[in-house]
Ligand binder design. Structure first.
Ligand code: GSH
Length: 206
């Protein structure tokens, strides 16, 4: 299997999962944005985005879905939640929530605040940064009483959601709108990034 990745991009989710699982894989690290800076990449992945993942005839472009696929297809149930488990629905919800609800507003901040800044666009970015913090409510509440998202143990749902928190920190979203993560959320992120598999994945460079 092969994964295409850019440092700190959403491809860090499946890369971190692969490192947690200790599976052998091929990795290609590209400059960001690959659509412009990696000649020929658009022929590999028509979207020009990362992650891009190939496993035999399977081709995938969604970071949280690749994590889910790795759990089920490559036999790592300890990092997933089984379909007959009472928390299966919650597991899927956190996986989808991680990108559709949390990473989505962050990418608008990245684009309009950091990459293409004009006063009008920065005002839009600030709105989306506020929106991001508002969308952390469910996670903040959950973490008051739980160490992890599902079944009191680390799963790929923590990878998917933890990456969004990590990106929020990397984008300095706190400074954009003068807001901070709640103490329990900050502590959760700190616990996750201390994991050796995360450290290995996050330090891989071109
Ligand atoms: N929903 C997808 C989004 C993939 C995506 O947009 N990745 C960004 C990096 S975080 C990218 O490649 N952006 C470059 C571009 O759009 O040209 C996922 O979760 O993997």
């Amino acid at each position: 299997m092969k994964l295409w990745h850019c440092k700190d991009a959403r491809s860090l989710r499946p890369l971190w999962a692969l490192e947690e699982m200790g599976i052998e894989y091929e990795l290609e690290i590209l400059p960001f944005p690959p659509r412009f800076l990696a000649p020929g990449y658009n022929e590999t992945n028509i979207l020009g985005t990362v992650p891009y993942y190939v496993d035999g005839d399977t081709h995938m472009t969604e970071s949280s879905a690749i994590c889910h696929y790795l759990v089920e297809k490559h036999g790592h149930p300890e990092l997933g939640v089984a379909i007959d488990h009472p928390e299966y629905g919650s597991f899927l919800n956190w996986l989808y929530h991680s990108d559709a609800t949390l990473t989505f507003p962050q990418t608008l901040v990245m684009r309009y605040y950091h990459l293409e800044p004009t006063p009008e666009k920065q005002a839009v970015a600030q709105d989306y940064a506020k929106w991001y913090f508002a969308r952390l409510k469910m996670l903040d509440q959950h973490l008051l009483e739980h160490e992890y998202l599902c079944d009191n143990r680390f799963t790929v749902a923590d990878i998917a959601v933890g990456y969004a928190l990590y990106l929020g920190r990397a984008l300095n979203l706190s400074d954009v709108v003068d807001r901070a993560y709640c103490p329990q959320t900050e502590a959760y992120l700190n616990r996750l990034v201390e994991r050796p598999a995360f450290q290995r994945a996050a330090s891989m460079v071109e």
